[in-house]
Design a protein around this ligand. Sequence first.
Ligand SMILES: *Cc1c(COP(=O)(O)O)cnc(C)c1O
Length: 355
Amino acid sequence: MSRFWSKTVKELTPYVPGEQPKLSQLIKLNTNESPYGPSPKALAAIAAANTEALRLYPDPNSDALKQSIAKLHGLTANQVFVGNGSDEVLAHVFLGLLKHEHPILFPDITYSFYPVYCKLYGISFDNIPLSDDFSISVADYLKKNNGRNGGIIFPNPNAPTGRALPLKDIETLLQSNQDSVVVIDEAYVDYGTDSAIALVDQYPNLLVTRTLSKSYALAGLRVGYAVGHSDLIEALERVKNSFNSYPIDKLAMAGAIAAIEDQDYLKKISQAVIKTRENLIQSLNTLGFETIPSSANFIFTKHPKHDAAVVAAKLREKHIIVRHFKLPRIDQYLRITIGTDEQCDELVKAIKEIL
Ligand SMILES: *Cc1c(COP(=O)(O)O)cnc(C)c1O
């Protein structure tokens, strides 16, 4: 704290990202990165980028990247917004589309950045509790405050539970909530969830966000995007052009386009993660763990007889890092990122020793 800080800064509660340990030789299963490398075509495109051109500013509109994203989803470029990671895209969404008179709605257990943005931008919110099985109940959102809200946002599949909401439930929500924006954060959609992008042309209040950080294995490149009605995209452009004109640098642009064009590679590494996930769930359940059905590249699991924080600490002694949240309702759960088969075998071996 310093007398030079603004009142705004004094009152912030910043997001705490998962640890990025400086040690090597760790099995790092704590921040949902891909255990596989990015598409070789993306790496080649970054290497081949004209580095002399780094002298010049990048395209402020990232037109080429928007074109590839539009083509991938069968949309037009004016239905696409791109940013420096989906966290930046989400930041602009909160300011540009979710700051209204009524509180916005999101689950009590969800991506912990949402309340941070609310605090930053002075947006009031109501948490809607997940059901006992950690599923999202659309009816609860429609009932809240007699159906009046400033917007609705949740990840699908949700984080950190990994549980997906069927597309028909999202459509029910959109049909019954037409006066505010519904944002579906699809950070983990490539691991087996039906995308709401199929509904974008039908619902002018639907915005879907995506990231290249998880399934594309490009967390270090910092590229995310949103798709929706061109009016929603225009709002995000207005915020972006009042904040940072050049969120996508030239290397990120080259890598992101090549990665998006290499859908075969994306499918291959996503399938590998899904297969490892199902095996890991099996192995852990044999050891007595109870695991929420996962549609993500992580699992959310608890053991009825062993304290989650203790297991996490003991795993760390064995150089395996998983995520534990000291929060109501979920403090007995571990969130474990799906690694390679070998990493997951090591994890299961370590857990057997601990139990
Ligand atoms: C990881 C994650 C993001 C942010 O991803 P970026 O790396 O900023 O693109 C957004 N939403 C959820 C739910 C996430 O888990």
